[in-house]
Design a protein around this ligand. Structure first.
Ligand SMILES: Cc1cc2nc3c(=O)[nH]c(=O)nc-3n(C[C@H](O)[C@H](O)[C@H](O)COP(=O)(O)OP(=O)(O)OC[C@H]3O[C@@H](n4cnc5c(N)ncnc54)[C@H](O)[C@@H]3O)c2cc1C
Length: 427
């Protein structure tokens, strides 16, 4: 059997490797001159850092297992993440829990974020019994009923908006925190459920040592070792079925294969699927800009905000939505007194803006003389199709032999979801 994989992002590379392991002959086409898609290596100030995705969720072992198979050592992030608030005390630790929900009343996040009365309200969670609000399927109302509105507003919402771009009041508990409601019934309180699901002190994400982009390098090397052929700088313009299989068209001419796997984003998939009579509701993408700074400043050595801050509520003095002190979080990125700081924006920032935001969020005065290097990367953040639209697409694909689709827009946006779906689509 021969297969063509269209798209050399994480989904395409994982799927290509699976196909090769199943004994198929594989050609992978990537439109860009480099592999990785939204997982990207970025040279900055004499080192390499992640310009797009940087870490994978460890709720399941799927990505860690893949890294182990590929011989990659993985590490947890260092430093405490924080939340920024426009009013004093401005910065407090993010809860060591699930989606910003603390796992105990002793969590340091509660001291910074809540008044004594609000902490007392949160404490009622331990005595109200595990069934209260256990039928609530939305995250915001569940947390509000158990721990109070202040916990939702100052601890949970900054995380759900900052990480997933969503209000907790629109998020389904069972999809975003599987097992949480059952654990609440079993352990008698929401905080006990959180600490049962997430062992305190254990990070929620990890990265291959040296950067997430190392996973892309390792996958590409393994594909070549297994005999796969990788073609970069060649976009697939058309895929067409005939009586014997598939014809795949690129500017270097047609190629034939028994099956085709599309691992491109939603927009590119639409261009390839529409001529085959398969249509679907396009899930939206959101612009996401990453400003990367390599900085030399003595005030950075202490890691003033740990691994970083998410802006919890709009502050008129700030444009950035979040700051990651990348070289605190992933220590191998810092060298020769140079620090790496990443800022997330909804629109492209100037260096002046990035320095102003970094100065406020880090609490140190940064100037252009402190800048070793600066880059702004422009991404389109995918969103996953809602289940009803996915059902329509799946139905359309079911009528076409030898064609499958994978990637963040069908699997769910995120490294773990993308890897799992790319493995499953081949199985
Ligand atoms: C700024 C940013 C930060 C993120 N951070 C995280 C994070 O820390 N943790 C996490 O879990 N997730 C994160 N994500 C999400 C994660 O990066 C994605 O879910 C995942 O990388 C998507 O992989 P993919 O292979 O589905 O798509 P893509 O990476 O988009 O790959 C699709 C590939 O197809 C290629 N292509 C398109 N059309 C064609 C064609 N016609 N022919 C050939 N090739 C084509 C594209 O060039 C691209 O390389 C982040 C995303 C962004 C944008």
């Amino acid at each position: 059997m021969s297969a063509v994989v269209v798209g050399g992002g994480l989904a395409g590379l994982v799927a290509a490797r699976e196909l090769l392991q199943a004994g198929e002959s594989v050609d992978l086409y990537e439109a860009d001159d480099f592999l990785g898609g939204l997982v990207a290596r970025q040279p900055l100030g004499g080192t390499l850092v992640d310009g797009g995705a940087e870490a994978f969720a460890v709720r399941t072992s799927i990505v860690a297992d893949l890294c182990a198979e590929l011989g990659l050592e993985v590490a947890e992030p260092q430093g405490q993440p924080h939340i920024w608030w426009p009013e004093a005390p401005h910065v407090w630790p993010m809860a060591n829990g699930v989606l910003g929900i603390p796992g105990s009343l002793d969590d340091p996040s509660l001291l910074g974020a809540l008044t004594p009365e609000e902490r007392a309200e949160a404490g009622r969670d331990a005595i109200m019994g595990g069934d209260v609000a256990a039928d609530e399927t939305r995250l915001g109302p569940l947390v509000e009923a158990r721990l109070g509105r202040a916990v939702v507003e100052r601890l949970v919402e900054p995380v759900t908006r900052g990480v997933y771009g969503r209000s907790p009041y629109d998020m389904d508990v069972d999809r975003s925190a599987p097992g949480l409601r059952d654990a609440m019934r079993e352990h008698g309180s929401l905080m006990a459920a959180v600490s049962a699901i997430r062992q305190p002190g254990k990070a929620a994400v990890a990265q291959p040592v040296g950067g997430l982009f190392r996973l892309i390098d390792a996958l590409a090397a393994d594909i070549q070792r297994l005999g796969g052929r990788i073609h970069t700088g060649l976009d697939v313009r058309q895929v067409q079925r005939d009586g014997y299989g598939w014809e795949i068209r690129t500017r270097s001419g047609p190629l034939r294969a028994d099956r085709v796997l599309l691992a491109v984003g939603a927009r590119a998939a639409e261009r390839l699927l529409t001529p085959l009579g398969i249509s679907f509701e396009m899930p939206p993408t959101h612009p996401s800009f990453q400003a990367l700074l390599s900085l030399r400043h003595p005030g950075l050595a202490s890691g003033p905000v740990g691994s970083g801050v998410i802006v919890g509520r709009r502050d008129p003095r700030l444009v950035a939505r979040a700051l990651t002190h990348y070289s605190v979080k992933w220590p191998w990125a810092g060298h020769d007194g140079r620090h790496v700081v990443r800022l997330a924006y909804a629109a492209s920032p100037t260096l002046t803006q990035a320095l102003a935001d970094a100065s406020l969020l880090l609490g140190i005065e940064l100037a252009e003389r402190d800048v070793v290097d600066f880059a702004v990367l422009d991404w389109e953040m995918p969103t996953a199709m809602p289940p009803e639209d996915l059902a329509v697409l799946t139905e359309g694909l079911a009528h076409v032999d030898g064609l499958a689709v994978t990637g963040a827009w069908v699997a769910g946006n995120g490294i773990a979801a993308v890897v799992k779906a790319a493995q499953d689509v081949v199985a």
